[in-house]
Design a binder for this molecule. Structure first.
Ligand code: ADP
Length: 612
């Protein structure tokens, strides 16, 4: 019981319960905090990865920018000095002084071809083209007036002019460089100019997979890797700017619409919905700006990759943690199961021990009871012996006096006869009681012998036959035709049988056809001597208490309730026992069970156990 309490008992359960409840209370918060930390960590990874990528990209952009800036600058400067040199060419000077231009046309054409220049052309002071490298092409610059161009006007002031514009004749964009041409008189008599095609540059950007654009001081995109952006503006143009551009016819009929451009996007700028990291540089004296644009997309992709990597690592850690925890829980569980199994085993053993103890206690109690009974019976035996001895003489004397008084001729009749008969009856009753007492009387031990039970039955029946006949009881004895050998105190066994037959006789006293049957059998080393009767059988109470000392259902004086108790005790001393049941068809069955004589040794070594 105590172990059970310890094993599944209160203290352990309560403690564990309390701990678990406390843990469970905190668990949702812990999980929420862990999730929050994980998300915050991943956001930090994303942000950090973005920052690293952005700063890496900025560095790379700066390098690329230097490269593209130098190519643009060199493209612009490559032919800077050619107009100046040409302005000193005698053919050019002669032409502005009104000389022949045919030879000059050819020379300009060959120069243009040689230097891969779009066009070289010579204008008079009004801006009219008088000679051009494309003199024989259509359209040709010859005969066209470019007096409105700023580079022309600049040259007329004696300075070098340069300008980016869409060609008024060819509609092709180009970079124009101009120089004044001086006549022999020292006056400016014309302007020599050339037009450089910059489209190969933008083509190279595009083919290189780069995103670049160049804007003029007004913010008009003049060169772009994406042709769709060209001649758009980064911000809306002012009216003034528009008027000026129109007067110079710089961009032909281009509408110069603002580009979908957000200069304040995260990391840089956004054009047409795409975000870029922007690196800008000024391009020389023209006031141009070169924009190198690195798309943010790959940066975000890299950042997401880092996040996925970090999340996978986190997940792996969580899985590893959960696995380790599951392993720990499993081993703790199996340890506790082992412990519980151990406790259960101890419990079982303890329960067994308790059961054994209880059985031992029961045995002890029974033994004590038996001892009490034996000592009671022993005392009763001694008492009976002395009472029988003391009363024997007076009763015999009384019987003799009565017999003498009753002799014929003594004239006993009337009241005297009645008295004598009454005294005879009382004497018979007293003899009956002493006879019973004799049965209990303690005898000196007989010599233990081996005897045939058939002989015991025979002599008992001979002795009791007159009583049976007197009571009109039929007695049948079913014997076996071989000796049934028992060992012990033959006289005591006789006493038991007499007692059983007497009880049976009492039981059948009221029966219509009273009958007693004795059946003797021997089987498997056991002798069974059964006494059946056709009386009313044992009452409900007698079935359990018949062999209790002093239990009787008979009238006072008729029975003392000791017969079966002593009989059981005698049989027990012979290593046998007494059993009694009701027969299915009515009547009682009493059985003396004795060991067959092979077991005599046990009785002999019992040392006087054959006596009561
Ligand atoms: P007593 O014969 O003095 O009563 P016993 O110990 O011999 O004492 O018997 C105890 C009781 O057992 C009897 O009073 C009786 O009730 C019951 N008993 C014994 N033998 C029989 C029997 N053959 N049939 C019915 N009851 C019996």
């Amino acid at each position: 019981m105590r172990i059970e309490k310890l094993a599944g008992g209160k203290p352990a359960t309560l403690d564990t319960g309390r701990t678990l409840t406390a843990k469970n209370n905190w668990r949702p918060y812990l999980i929420a905090a862990a999730l929050f930390a994980a998300v915050a960590g991943l956001v930090a990874v994303f942000w950090l990865s973005q920052q690293i990528s952005v700063s890496g990209e900025r560095r790379r952009s700066a390098d690329r920018m230097s490269l593209y800036l130098s190519t643009l600058v060199s493209a612009l400067e490559e032919h800077q000095h050619l107009p100046f040199i040409l302005s000193w060419d005698p053919l050019v000077v002669r032409a502005v002084e009104g000389g022949d231009t045919d030879e000059l046309n050819l020379r300009l054409e060959s120069f243009a071809n040689e230097a891969s220049i779009d066009a070289i052309y010579l204008m008079d002071p009004t801006g009219l083209t008088i000679a051009a490298s494309n003199w024989n092409e259509s359209p040709t610059f010859v005969g066209k007036n470019y007096g409105f161009r700023p580079y022309f006007k600049e040259a007329l002031t004696g300075r070098r002019g340069d300008f980016f514009a869409i060609g008024a004749t060819t509609q092709q964009p180009g970079y124009f460089i101009s120089e004044p041409v001086y006549a022999a008189s020292g006056e400016i008599a014309g302007v020599i100019a050339l037009k450089v095609d910059l489209t190969p540059l933008t083509r190279a950007w595009r083919e290189g997979g780069e995103t670049l654009l160049a804007t003029d001081p007004r913010g008009v995109v003049i060169l772009a890797s994406n042709p769709a952006w060209t001649y758009n503006t980064l911000s809306p143009l002012s009216r003034n700017d528009r008027d000026e551009i129109a007067s110079e016819r710089q961009f032909g009929n281009e509408p110069l619409e603002p580009l979908d451009y957000d200069p304040a996007s995260r990391f840089g700028v956004e054009i047409d919905g795409t975000r870029y990291i922007q690196t800008v540089r000024d391009v020389g004296h023209l006031g141009w700006t070169l924009h190198y644009l690195a798309p943010v997309g790959p940066i975000n992709g890299q950042a997401w990759q880092s996040v996925i990597l970090a999340a996978s690592a986190l997940l792996l850690m969580v899985v590893a943690f959960l696995l380790a925890r599951a392993r720990r829980v499993r081993s703790a569980l199996s340890a506790s199961q082992e412990e519980r199994r151990g406790l259960r085993a101890i419990n079982r053993k303890l329960a067994e021990e308790i059961e054994e103890r209880k059985a031992a206690e029961r045995r002890l109690e029974r033994a004590q009871k038996e001892l009490q009974q034996v000592s009671k019976l022993a005392a009763l035996g001694q008492l009976s012996a002395s009472v029988t001895h003391e009363l024997g003489q007076p009763i015999a004397a009384m019987r003799n006096y009565l017999a003498a008084a009753d002799l014929p001729g003594n004239g006993i009749d009337g009241e005297a006869r009645e008295l004598v008969d009454q005294l005879n009856g009382i004497t018979a009753r007293m003899e009956h009681i002493t006879a019973q007492l004799r049965f209990f009387a303690h005898r000196e031990p007989e010599k233990l012998t081996r005897f045939d039970l058939r002989d015991v039955i025979g002599s008992v029946l001979t002795m009791m036959q007159p009583d049976l006949d007197g009571a009109g009881i039929a007695l049948r004895f079913d014997s076996v035709d071989k000796p049934v050998s028992a060992f012990g105190d033959m006289f005591r066994i006789e006493q038991v049988l007499v007692n059983l037959i007497r009880n049976a006789m009492d039981a059948v006293a009221e029966t219509d056809k009273p009958e007693i049957r004795i059946v003797l059998t021997e089987d498997a080393g056991e002798i069974h001597l059964n006494v059946f009767d056709n009386g009313p059988g044992l009452s409900e109470e007698a079935r359990t208490r018949a062999d209790d000392p002093f239990y009787t259902t008979k009238a006072s004086g008729a029975g003392m309730g000791l017969g079966l108790s002593i009989s059981a005790s005698i049989l027990k001393d012979h290593d046998g026992k007494l059993s009694f049941v009701n027969q299915p068809g009515g009547g009682a069955q009493f059985t003396m069970i004795l060991p067959a004589s092979e077991r005599e040794v046990a009785l002999e070594t019992g040392g006087g156990r054959g006596t009561v």
